[in-house]
Design a protein around this ligand. Structure first.
Ligand code: ADP
Length: 371
C-alpha cells in the first residue's frame, strides 16, 4: 500500500500543453478513478505515474519519496492495460510467474504466489492453458494475476475493460472491486466510462482538458457537482440544462427561459439564491431525470411536455421530450399517467422539479452557483 502525491505536475508535447498544472493526493489503500472524455489527459497522467512518460514539470511522490525521475522498473507499480499483452507461447502459470522468475525469486515463493493469485481470480484448472485457449475475460484475469503475484505498492489500470463485452465488463468490474477489498492496494483506474467510475471508485478525479474539475466520492460529484461539466458528465440520461434567469417572489422561485418553470425551494435555498445570484443574471438550470415529478396535466403547476420516446429498462423507465426546444429526460414510473398507466408516446404530461433538487450554473464559466 502506498500514498501517492502529485504536485504541480505538468505535461507538454512541444508547444502543446496537455496537463497544465495538476495536484492530487491519493491516500494509501484508496481506489481512485481518473475519468474524463477522450483526450482529457487520463492516460498521460497514469503513464507519468508509471514512469512511461517524461514529466515536463512537478513532482510525484510515493510514500513521501520523490520518484519523479525514478526508472519505471524501480517504481514497484504494476499496470494492467486494455490489451492484455500476455506472452502467447506461455501458459497461464508461466505468464503469471514471469516477472518473479526474471527477478530470480525462489521457486517455492513463486508457486505460492501464483497459486494464491489463481485461486483469488478463479482461474483454477486453466493453469496449463495458453492465452489463445482463453476467453477475453479470462485473459484479462491472467493479466491481473501477473500484477498480483508481484505484490506491488500500486496498481495502475489503463482502461482494462474496454475490450470486453458489456456483460463481462460489469462482471469484471465487480471482480476488480472484490480484489481490491482483499488486497487493499492503492489503485488508480483510468476510464472514459462514467458508469465504471461511479461503480468502482472510492473517489473520482474528473478531468477535462488536463485539468481536474472535481475530486470526491461518486455520491458527492453526482449530488454536488462543482460545475456544469461535472454535472453533465455523470448520470445517464444526462441532466437537462436550460438557459434563462431566476427570480424570487412570494417565497417562490420562478425560472424564466425557453419555457417558464416553477422551482420548488426551501427557505434556506431561497436565501442562498438571493445571496448568490443577481437580478437578471443569466444562468443554466440543470435538473436530473429522477428529479422531475410527473404531476397531473391541466393543473396549475408544472410545465408540459409531449412524450416522444420512452425507454423501458425494467428497473427504470425514462420518457423524453422537449421543453421550449431543449431536450429533456424524465424518470417515470407506472401510475404516473393515472391508475396503473405509464405516460405513452405522444401524450402530454406535466412535470415539476423536486424541491431543492435543481442546480444553477454560471452561464459563462459553468460553476455551480449554489454549491
Ligand atoms: P485520454 O487518456 O484522456 O484519452 P491522453 O492522455 O491519451 O488522453 O491524451 C491527452 C492529450 O495529449 C490529447 O490531446 C492527445 O492528443 C495528446 N497527446 C498524447 N500523446 C501525445 C504525443 N505523443 N504527442 C502529442 N500529443 C499527444
Amino acid at each position: 500500500m502506498a500514498q501517492v502525491e502529485l504536485q504541480n505536475v505538468r505535461k507538454s508535447y512541444g508547444n502543446l500543453t496537455v496537463i497544465p498544472d495538476l495536484d492530487l493526493t491519493i491516500p494509501s489503500g484508496e481506489f481512485v478513478c481518473l475519468v474524463g472524455p477522450s483526450g482529457s489527459g487520463k492516460s498521460t497522467l497514469l503513464r507519468m505515474i508509471a514512469g512511461l512518460e517524461d514529466i515536463t514539470g512537478g513532482t510525484i511522490r510515493v510514500d513521501g519519496e520523490d520518484i519523479t525521475n525514478t526508472d519505471p522498473s524501480d517504481r514497484d507499480m504494476a499496470m494492467v492495460f486494455q490489451t492484455y499483452a500476455l506472452y502467447p507461447h506461455m501458459t497461464v502459470e508461466q505468464n503469471m510467474s514471469f516477472a518473479l522468475r526474471m527477478r530470480g525469486e525462489d521457486r517455492a515463493l513463486i508457486d505460492r504466489r501464483v497459486g494464491e493469485a489463481v485461486s483469488m481470480l478463479g482461474l483454477e484448472g486453466l493453469e496449463k492453458r495458453k492465452p489463445g485457449q482463453l476467453s477475453g475475460g479470462q485473459r484479462q484475469r491472467v493479466a491481473m494475476g501477473r500484477c498480483i503475484v508481484r505484490n506491488p505498492k500500486l496498481f495502475l489500470f489503463d482502461e482494462p475493460l474496454s475490450n470486453l463485452d458489456a456483460k463481462l465488463r460489469a462482471q469484471t468490474r465487480l471482480e476488480i472491486r472484490r480484489l481490491h477489498g482483499k488486497l487493499g492496494a492503492t489503485s488508480i483506474f483510468v476510464t472514459h466510462d462514467q458508469v465504471e467510475a461511479m461503480t468502482m471508485a472510492d473517489r473520482i478525479a474528473l478531468l477535462d482538458h488536463g485539468k481536474i474539475q472535481q475530486v470526491g466520492s461518486p455520491k458527492d460529484l453526482y449530488l454536488n457537482p462543482a460545475n456544469r461539466f461535472v454535472a453533465g458528465f455523470l448520470g445517464t440520461p444526462e441532466m437537462s440544462i436550460f438557459r434563462g434567469t431566476v427570480s424570487v417572489s412570494d417565497g417562490k422561485v420562478a425560472f424564466d427561459g425557453p419555457q417558464a418553470m416553477t422551482l420548488p425551494a426551501s427557505p434556506e435555498r431561497i436565501a442562498l439564491l438571493s445571496e448568490r445570484i443577481g437580478a437578471g443574471q443569466t444562468v443554466d438550470l440543470g435538473i436530473r431525470p429522477e428529479h422531475f415529478q410527473i404531476v397531473p396535466a391541466g393543473g396549475d403547476i408544472g410545465s408540459t411536455i409531449v412524450v416522444d420516446v420512452i425507454e423501458w429498462l425494467g428497473h427504470e423507465i425514462f420518457v423524453f421530450g422537449e421543453l421550449g426546444g431543449t431536450g429533456i429526460a424524465v424518470r417515470a414510473a407506472e401510475g404516473d399517467a393515472g391508475g396503473e398507466r405509464l405516460p405513452q408516446q405522444g401524450e402530454t404530461i406535466a412535470i415539476l422539479p423536486a424541491r431543492d433538487a435543481w442546480h444553477l450554473f454560471d452561464a459563462d464559466d459553468g460553476r455551480n452557483l449554489l454549491n
